[in-house]
Design a protein around this ligand. Structure first.
Ligand SMILES: Nc1nc2c(ncn2[C@@H]2O[C@H](COP(=O)(O)OP(=O)(O)OP(=O)(O)O)[C@@H](O)[C@H]2O)c(=O)[nH]1
Ligand SMILES: [Zn+2]
Length: 212
């Protein structure tokens, strides 16, 4: 309950310290750098199709790397819900920190409630927010679990990401269709095998292989 005694809807800002510490984006410099890159790659910037490409490409990258802040609405768990809450099959795409190429797939995010419940859409929003950054899949998985821990203090969290990395399918080993799975479990989801299996069975129903 809020201090006034009305039912509490607590809003918490969801931008992490990491994101606050990020240096400001210099759009002009990014555009000039893309122009330099294209010239270094032997491309002709005088061609009508390429003339605006530095602007377009820089703006596209900036869009992909700019998380949208949101407020993480939470509610008191007045009904004492003690079953897993899982949003499975949340589509996402992000940019691989090593090659600046996309990786894309689905995220499954769940928690075992403690004193608070979170608005379900916020689980999708935090996936979207953490994907808007140069990422490594393992780190993104861990960040999502840490966010749940921080905002909800739940009795357990489960996060599973399944993704195809274009740096592996379009170049390098050129293996098309492989799926990388990363997982993070905390609290009772880490310690109680029955709960973890229950979480995983809900993820399986929305797994990448089944839904693509
Ligand atoms: N652990 C992890 N590795 C990633 C991720 N995304 C890309 N990588 C890997 O990052 C590694 C970078 O290694 P390097 O050997 O420096 O890159 P490279 O010379 O381009 O190597 P190849 O990709 O094997 O051609 C590669 O093995 C990628 O597959 C990720 O999310 N997690
Ligand atoms: Zn990569």
């Amino acid at each position: 309950m809020s201090p006034e005694g009305t039912p509490a809807i607590v809003s918490l800002h969801a931008v992490t310290d990491d994101e606050r510490a990020r240096p400001a984006i210099d759009r002009d410099r990014a555009r000039a750098a893309v122009a330099d890159l294209l010239i270094a790659l032997g491309q002709d910037l005088d061609s009508p199709h390429l003339a605006e490409t530095p602007r377009r490409a820089a703006d596209a990258l900036i869009e992909l790397l700019t998380p949208e802040p949101f407020r993480a609405t939470t509610f008191p768990n007045d009904e004492g819900c003690d079953d897993l809450v899982v949003v499975a099959g949340i589509p996402f795409h992000s940019l691989c920190e090593h090659h600046l190429l996309p990786f894309r797939g689905v995220a499954h995010v769940g928690y075992l409630p403690g004193d608070r419940l979170v608005g379900l859409s916020k689980l999708a929003r935090i996936v979207e927010q953490s994907s808007r950054s140069l990422q490594v899949q393992e780190r993104m998985t861990r960040q999502l679990a840490e966010w749940l821990e921080r905002e909800l203090a739940p009795r357990g969290t489960g996060v599973v990401l399944e993704a195809e990395h274009l740096c592996m399918s379009l170049r390098g080993p050129r293996i098309v269709g492989s799926v990388t799975t990363t997982r993070s479990f905390t609290g009772l989801l880490r310690d109680d095998e029955r709960l973890r299996r229950e979480f995983e069975s809900r993820c399986d129903a929305q797994g990448m292989e089944r839904t693509r």
